[in-house]
Design a protein around this ligand. Structure first.
Ligand SMILES: NC(=O)c1ccc[n+]([C@@H]2O[C@H](COP(=O)([O-])OP(=O)(O)OC[C@H]3O[C@@H](n4cnc5c(N)ncnc54)[C@H](O)[C@@H]3O)[C@@H](O)[C@H]2O)c1
Length: 256
């Protein structure tokens, strides 16, 4: 059920972090993979047995072109599309947020996924699967991250819409919402302190904690799932942990 043998996959932001781990697990399970990234990724791609194409997800023409190049390089249409590229820039307060940050984060994190969902279906086989990367920031608002959080919430909305529209081609569309994950984007000390107290599992995620979920969504194991938004957050959104209660009230039990 988890085999991807014979499948062609395209992963944006596949040069590092979560995207790279996803590309690697897809290859391990038999897929042929193209990574699409704004940075030069041919060395990374060669290391993992993938190929690389240039893609700036913030530019519609670049997304369309990279999809065409991916199908040409793979010699066939795509079965799995992962719209994962993102930037983690956060501002200060909403009223102080610079226009340049608004444009950069919205274009990459929101429009980048929109362009992927708009153009990928033409390059896909019926019965394929699209997986978007949102974030727990779509649900848990941390002050100072308004533009990032709003863009990630937009990704969940786009996922549901695309699932509705592509169901007639049996293309499934699902979304992963990672919590803090140890990557260039999310490995700061602050994230580790937050996860220790705010997550039930008490730790930051590793990329391998995410990649298995993408494999599940890419494979037949999830073949009746579409339009779903999966929170992969170590239990962050379950409610206050014992560690948090202890910190705030001095007791790990519910306040009486
Ligand atoms: N790491 C975390 O804590 C965390 C938490 C929640 C969600 N996410 C999301 O996971 C996704 C992957 O992030 P990551 O943590 O692996 O970070 P990362 O920085 O390791 O990887 C991001 C990748 O996206 C690429 N990229 C950036 N802008 C691009 C553009 N305009 N066009 C094409 N590629 C571009 C980068 O070159 C890089 O390879 C992002 O969407 C991010 O918002 C990460």
């Amino acid at each position: 059920m988890f085999s991807l043998t014979g499948k062609n996959a395209y992963v944006t932001g596949g040069a590092s972090g979560i995207g790279r781990a996803v590309a690697e697990i897809f290859i391990e399970h038999g897929a042929k993979v193209v990574i699409a990234d704004v940075v030069e990724a041919s060395v990374v791609a060669a290391e993992m047995g993938a190929t690389a194409v240039y893609c700036n997800v913030a530019e519609e023409a670049s997304v369309a072109e990279s999809l065409s190049k991916a199908t040409a390089s793979l010699g066939g249409k795509l079965d799995i599309v992962v719209l994962n590229a993102g930037v983690g820039d956060v501002g200060s307060t909403l009223v102080e947020t610079e226009q340049s940050l608004i444009e950069k984060v919205t274009k990459v994190n929101h429009w980048g996924v929109l362009y992927g969902m708009k153009h990928a279906p033409a390059s896909m086989n019926d019965g394929g699967t699209i997986i978007s990367t949102s974030s727990m920031a779509a649900f848990i608002s941390v002050p100072g991250s308004a533009v990032y959080s709003a863009g990630k919430r937009a990704v969940t909305s786009l996922t549901e819409m695309a699932a509705l529209e592509l169901g007639r081609r049996s293309i499934r569309v699902n979304c992963v919402c990672p919590g803090y994950t140890a990557t260039a984007l999310g490995s700061g000390e602050e994230g580790q302190r937050i996860c220790k107290v705010f997550t039930a599992l008490g730790r930051v995620a590793e990329v391998e904690d995410m990649s298995g979920v993408y494999l599940f969504l890419a494979s037949d194991a999830s073949r009746y799932m579409t339009g779903q938004v999966l929170k992969v957050d170590g239990g962050w959104d379950c409610g206050p942990t014992e560690a948090l209660l202890e910190l705030v009230t001095g007791s790990s039990a519910a306040p009486s």
